[in-house]
Ligand binder design. Structure first.
Ligand code: C2O
Ligand code: CU
Ligand code: CU
Length: 494
């Protein structure tokens, strides 16, 4: 299905020319989405290149790394929105029901492949590590966007090098729109704000250091938002739709506003909730997304609100309090925007319809020496255990357990290709005290593709397997764990 071809230098030159010509007109204005263009929906076709880059992240020396750059073909219609002053790739805007074609070029000097996190795509389009292409090659993606409106993302997925490539800067948002969302008249344009939270450690010359600890993973000393340290969003007294993505290697955030503004969630990994739901704080582990209303209507001009990660108790290097970014209220704008009380409905799955209601698939997280095992094993390119096979379109209960006795750590577990429902969580009495410091921020509503499992927990989910047969992945989205082999194949048969 996928193609190898020698990368032609001529092609790179023509790409660069197109980008430069945007620079004068469309580029600057495309920094914000200008509402939902009326000529959409339509198919999107892009060139997406991974290559070395250099960015001003801190003051002083620029930081070298890797970035995605994109060009829409044959003309710029606004489907790619660059994030200003950032190593992050352009935000791709796609429409449900239409085609996304990506001419992907690897120029990073190492094998890579791109995965569309959260999207339901054919196995050959999913960015499985076995599809990784050498540097200098091209992979052509083309698939129909089936997912509902929501905040998805793209990043590399090569075996044993996902953490380092994402950490070097390779990631971007992929935002899907649909007609149900369009009817809601949600905040758009500059009031619809994607925010990718990451952490990094820099040496005295401002270059990234990657020094994960053996088991817990990597915790950077600087928090970055959309590729910048000390990120400040200049805001007005209105309601914003914030799309928060945890693009960090290992760090879990306990998100809250410094002034007590509640966290009002309107969406999660798989799109909008039925109704907004208020949390005292929201837990966001690597790979997860949450959309929140940030209501600044009653804020004073001149004030600043900090988005923080509050302290929590956990082993595995997690839980220190950190400041993430600031919203600076710079201008008063009148005109009330009504909160949508009803968002979208999607018929929930019913447990009673599961084919294995009394016999859940059980995937245990365990350790063996210095390895984290998932379902009893490490990743093998072609390894599939009997309980990792299902029929397409079936509804199953899956139970993930994190109840081992040594090196029990939090793990964000991600399944490719489907959005599922959270059923329940149970926690061992010995872990209850720590768990109580995060429990009120664990989202159990909406549609998820990644969930955090804490030490001592058993988490049950209800999954409708996708339409496409083939080999997909499920894995820990602590990217250090993933690269250590805490990843498995899941095979769907027709
Ligand atoms: Cu976001 Cu398999 O990953
Ligand atoms: Cu994924
Ligand atoms: Cu893990």
């Amino acid at each position: 299905m996928f193609q190898f071809s020698l990368y032609l230098h001529k092609c790179l030159i023509s790409v660069a020319t197109v980008v430069v010509s945007f620079g004068i007109s469309g580029f600057a204005q495309a920094q914000f989405w200008n509402g939902l263009p009326s000529d959409l929906p339509r198919d999107v076709s892009i060139d997406l290149v991974q290559a070395p880059s250099s960015n001003q992240i801190l003051s002083g020396n620029a930081t070298t790394g890797l970035s995605y750059t994109g060009t829409e073909l044959p003309v710029n219609t606004g489907a790619l929105v660059p994030i200003r002053n950032s190593y992050l790739g352009p935000t791709i805007r796609a429409w449900q029901g239409y085609n996304l074609s990506v001419h992907f070029v690897n120029q990073i000097g190492a094998p890579s492949i791109t995965h569309w996190h959260g999207l339901d795509v054919p196995a050959s389009m999913d960015g499985h590590p076995e599809a990784a292409i050498p540097s200098g090659s091209v992979f052509n993606y083309s698939f129909k966007v089936l997912n509902r409106a929501g905040t998805y993302w793209y990043h590399p997925h090569p075996d044993m090098a996902t953490a380092t490539q994402v950490y070097a800067g390779l990631a971007g948002f992929l935002i899907v729109h649909d007609r149900a969302e369009q009817k809601l008249n949600l905040p758009s344009g500059q009031f619809d704000v994607p925010l990718c939270i990451q952490d990094a450690t820099f040496d005295s010359g401002n270059q990234r250091i990657y020094n994960p600890s053996m088991m817990p993973g990597f915790f950077g000393s600087t928090i970055l938002v959309n590729g910048q340290a000390n990120y400040i969003h200049s805001s007005v007294t209105k309601v914003y739709r914030l799309r928060l993505l945890n693009g960090s290697v290992s760090r879990i955030y306990k998100l809250a506003f410094s002034d007590g503004t509640p966290m009002v969630a309107i969406g999660t990994d798989g799109g909008l909730l039925d109704k907004p739901k208020t949390y005292p704080y929201i837990i966001l582990s690597p790979g997860e997304r949450v959309e929140v209303w940030a209501d600044f209507r009653n804020k004073t001009v001149g004030s600043q609100i900090t988005l923080q990660s509050l302290a929590f108790s956990s082993n595995g290097g997690q839980g220190a309090a950190v400041n993430i970014m600031k919203f600076a209220i710079n201008r008063a704008v009148s005109g009330a925007r009504r909160f949508a009380e009803d968002l979208t409905n999607r018929e929930p799955y019913r447990l009673i319809d599961a084919i294995n209601i009394n016999n859940p698939k059980i995937y245990a997280i365990t350790t063996s020496g210095m390895d984290f095992l998932l379902n009893g094993g490490l990743f093998g390119m072609n390894t599939v255990a009997p309980n990792e096979i299902a029929k397409i379109n079936t509804l199953e209960v899956i139970s993930v357990t994190n109840t081992g006795t040594s090196m029990v750590m939090p793990h964000p577990i991600h399944f490719h290709g489907r959005q599922f429902q959270m059923l329940d969580r149970t926690v061992l009495p010995a872990n209850l005290a720590s768990w109580n410091t995060i429990k009120d921020g664990l989202m159990m509503t909406g549609w998820k593709d990644t969930f955090l499992i804490m030490p001592g927990e058993t988490v049950r989910i209800l999954v409708r397997h996708g339409n496409y047969p083939g080999k997909f992945m499920y894995h820990c989205h602590n990217l250090h764990h993933e690269d250590m082999g805490m990843m498995r194949n899941f095979r769907l048969d027709p």
